[in-house]
Design a protein around this ligand. Structure first.
Ligand code: NAD
Length: 489
């Protein structure tokens, strides 16, 4: 089947019951291309209450057969979905790039690949979570079954619109649930196009559905729906709290939250300098810094500080030369997603220069069309300043010098975020001690901010609730049932 969508033929209908259909809701999204600020479209629908109810009803209808489908069949369908996503990686990425601005080679390929790999990985879990049983030692034999939750939903952010679908939909479907996706209102196209591939892969009608829409309408309808049993959300902390509240106030649906970060990279005197510079500089500029686990706080021990700063400054100046038109093959850093994000990041940079720290590199807009910004570093940053403590979500890092391990661990952990951290040292005992001390869901040693599908991904403290990835990510879409059999009867 030929892939039907491209930037000149955008998917601008809801994907319900394996068909692209016009929304009942009449409101539309406005979509802008961040490379030049031009209008992409005003035709992408916002699913309203009727649309959400139609999708939930279709999912409920599909559920009994889907959850009872033979393991091999379900596994083959999800594996085929993975293959198709991979096959159409360039098209899916193009559909995302027109509103996100992420270059294909540097980010688009990675995030579509992540989606495909997630379906492949979780297809492999099907049939492997058989539950446990206990022999009848006290007159009862017990069996613990793991079962799907029912109709589930995912609300995705704009910064990894296709990759996050894999992290949510793949384990949900592998567990035997039906899944309704609401992509971000800023980047709906790549996700909407997945519907076509889901159908081609053989997913039955109603099992995987995509409803474009905004947060306050479609997102809130899903989060507060009485017949949706789980919501998995990736996005900002304030929205995550609203989702949890809506879930609690409606039907106490299960909630997984993947939220923001302000990840510290701690570089000790005995670190390999080149390695530390390259991980921290690459990391804060990947996807133009619009990454939840970006290494946005860099703490450097005094003995290596001057050398590190020289290397980091150079690396970030080199990154400046990599910023450009995301449609060009050689570009590795594109624009920020839109004007609002541009204003947000510029605002942090502007206020940062008023006594919060010293600008080392960057700080300026690039060009006068589109939302391009220079990779930016502040040094000598005040501990209690806004740029030190808040998630900027752009290519902006803050650097501080430290003397002792005790001092740096205190400052690293003294924030409400706890998603990712990294320690750079050639002393493995110190590195492991620090790794254990970090209040973060993930810690890199001599690296930072990588993710692995086979291991849990998620945050401590206000960076999240629950985990995606690995066995934990699969169990997050299941419930446990204890069956006990009276063997004395
Ligand atoms: P956001 O919270 O503004 O929006 C995320 C999603 O929530 C969107 O789909 C939006 O439509 C929806 N939404 C907004 N208001 C809602 C409401 N009232 N009810 C229901 N849904 C609503 O976040 P964003 O700007 O899209 O993403 C950026 C944030 O996401 C950053 O803080 C970043 O750190 C975080 N993030 C976290 C991870 C992670 O895995 N931890 C990954 C990517 C992004």
């Amino acid at each position: 089947m030929a892939f039907p969508f491209s930037k000149s033929k955008l998917p601008e209908q809801l994907f319900i019951n394996n068909e692209y259909v016009n929304a009942k809701g009449t409101k539309k999204l406005t979509l802008i291309n961040p490379r030049d600020g031009s209008l992409v479209s005003k035709n992408c629908p916002i699913a309203d209450e009727q649309d959400v109810n139609i999708a939930v009803a279709a999912a409920e209808k599909a559920l009994p057969a889907w959850k009872k489908m033979a393991d091999t069949e379900r596994r083959n369908i999800l594996a085929k979905f993975a293959d198709l996503i991979e096959k159409h990686s360039e098209e899916l990425s193009e559909l995302t790039r027109i509103t996100l601005g992420a270059p294909y080679g540097a980010f688009g390929k990675f995030e579509v690949g992540l989606c495909a790999e997630a379906f492949r990985y979780y297809s492999g879990w099907i049939g492997k979570l058989g539950g446990e049983s206990w022999p009848a030692q006290d007159g009862f034999m017990k069996i613990v079954r793991v079962e799907p939750l029912g109709v589930t939903a995912g609300i995705a952010p704009w910064n990894g619109p296709v990759g996050t679908v894999g992290l949510k939909a793949a384990p949900s479907l592998a567990a035997g649930n039906c899944f309704i996706l609401k992509p971000s209102e800023k980047t709906p196209y790549g996700s909407l196009a997945l519907g076509h591939l889901a159908k081609e892969a053989g997913l039955p009608p109603g099992v995987f559905q995509v409803l474009s829409g905004d947060g306050p309408t479609t997102g809130a309808l899903l989060a507060s729906h009485m017949r949706i049993r789980k919501i998995s959300f990736t996005g900002s902390i304030p929205t995550g709290k609203k989702i949890q509240e809506m879930a609690a106030k409606s039907n106490l649906k299960r909630v997984t939250l993947e939220l923001g970060g302000k990840s510290p990279a701690v570089i000790f005197d005995d670190a390999n300098l080149e390695n530390a510079v390259s991980w921290t500089a690459n990391n804060i500029t990947a996807n133009t810094g619009q990454v939840c686990f970006a290494a946005s706080r860099v703490y450097v021990q005094e003995g290596i500080y001057d050398k590190f700063i020289a290397g980091y400054k150079q690396a970030m100046e080199d990154k400046r030369n990599a910023v450009g038109d995301p449609e060009k093959k050689e570009t590795t850093i594109g624009p920020l997603v839109d004007e609002a994000q541009f204003k947000r990041v510029s605002g942090f940079i502007e206020r940062g220069q008023k006594g919060q720290g010293k600008l080392l590199v960057g700080g300026q807009r690039i060009g006068d069309t589109g939302f391009f910004i220079e990779p930016t570093v502040f040094v000598d940053v005040e501990e209690n300043s806004e740029i030190h403590n808040e998630e900027i979500f752009g290519p902006v890092s803050v650097v501080r010098k430290f003397k002792t391990e005790e001092e740096v661990m205190k400052i690293s952990n003294d924030v409400e975020f706890g998603l990712m951290a990294g320690v750079f040292s050639q002393d493995i005992n110190k590195a492991l001690r620090v790794a254990a001390e970090f209040e973060a869901g993930m810690v890199g040693v001599n690296c930072i901010s990588a993710m692995f599908l086979g291991q849990p991904f998620g945050g401590y403290k206000q960076s999240g609730l629950g985990r995606e990835g690995g066995k934990e990510g699969m169990l997050a879409w299941m419930d446990h049932k204890t069956v006990f059999i009276n063997t004395t009867y």
